[in-house]
Design a protein around this ligand. Structure first.
Ligand SMILES: C[S@@+](CC[C@H](N)C(=O)[O-])C[C@H]1O[C@@H](n2cnc3c(N)ncnc32)[C@H](O)[C@@H]1O
Length: 315
């Protein structure tokens, strides 16, 4: 197997790599992270806050391990991925779970309606996407106002005491162990290490989320920052002002002719009925200004108090 180029991360190469490792992907993860992946998943699920009745998009869901953790709380989960191999493995494993639906989708061009999910989450997937900022814009588009995004991704341990041994382990030990379990996996885990080294640190990823339009962005380091959990919220729609009756209606002397013509109707983006049809961006959602920081964007009043960031969370 040729490993994908970390500069280009060509979709065909990345999906082919995951197709090949799919049968043993979860086993390799458990071994290489010495079981920490299970704790990271618990933290990720808690950050998403799945509940019965919620519709959640688990992007780059792979074999659906992260999706199953969300569905266990009663949420409906769309597990989307662009590796047919990972999807096939996921469908096989979770065939009996009616709450998980596996769908082929490219994170940079999602086949879903605007505002169609209560939350979106992506675990160890964003780093593999060739245009992660485009994927963030897509996540923003498909989540309802007030909904959240949660990203679990390998990151940069802030302490050099951790960074140095962790770097050596990822560079030299990790691909060897992976190769013992699955020959193809050695190359895949060499790529994994290269892609982690090229991935932005916590603060930069947080700034990408703000650029995409998310507000109340914060992150939390897990296992000394080997993994970071980022979250952000889609701003709620501005509340409509309460209509008050004017004290006295001024009587116009004579109606000018032009006034008789009704004003042009505000255009609203009509939503298609099928999940696969893609509408234009939602008209009511405040649009993110690509170059502007979040604090210059319209800040609609939240309907409820924002969730308190947990200990150790950075903004
Ligand atoms: C490391 S796996 C993570 C799988 C799963 N989220 C988990 O936590 O175990 C990364 C996944 O991202 C998927 N992926 C990478 N780029 C993608 C893209 N542009 N669109 C959809 N899926 C993508 C790969 O196919 C792969 O299944």
């Amino acid at each position: 197997m040729t490993r994908p180029d970390t500069e280009t991360k060509r979709a065909a190469e990345v999906s082919a790599m995951f197709d090949e490792v799919s049968p043993r992907y979860d086993l390799i993860n458990d071994v290489l992270t010495v079981g920490s992946d299970r704790l990271w998943r618990i933290a990720t699920t808690k950050a998403v806050g799945p509940r019965k009745g919620m519709r959640i998009l688990d992007l780059a869901a792979g074999t659906g391990t992260s999706s199953a953790a969300l569905a266990a709380h009663g949420a409906e989960v769309v597990a989307a991925d662009f590796s047919e191999g990972m999807l096939a493995e996921g469908r096989k494993r979770h065939a009996a779970n009616p709450l998980i639906e596996f769908i082929w989708a490219d994170a940079t061009d999602l086949p879903f309606e605007d505002d169609s999910f209560d939350a979106v989450t992506i675990s160890y997937g964003l780093r593999n996407v060739n245009d992660p900022k485009k994927a963030l814009a897509e996540m923003f588009r498909v989540v309802k106002p007030g909904g959240r995004v949660v990203i679990a991704e390998f990151s940069t341990p802030p302490s050099s005491l951790i960074r140095a041994p962790y770097g050596a382990y990822s560079r030299h030990v990790l691909p060897r162990i992976a190769g013992v379990i699955n020959k193809c996996a050695a190359e895949a885990y060499r790529y994994l290490n290269e892609s982690i080294e090229a991935w932005p640190a916590q603060d930069e990823l947080a700034s990408w989320l703000r650029e995409a339009g998310f507000e109340r962005v914060a992150y939390r380091n897990l296992t000394f920052g080997v993994v970071a959990l980022h979250r952000g919220f889609v701003p709620r729609k501005p509340q409509k002002p309460v209509a008050t009756k004017p004290a006295a209606k001024p009587k116009p002397a004579a109606k000018p002719k032009a006034a008789a013509k009704p004003a042009a109707k505000p255009t609203t983006s009509a939503k298609p009925k099928t999940a696969s049809a893609k509408p234009k961006a939602a008209a009511a959602k405040p649009k993110p200004a690509a170059a502007k920081p979040a604090n210059t964007k319209p800040k609609p009043k939240p309907k409820q108090a924002p969730a308190k960031p947990s200990d150790g969370e950075k903004k």
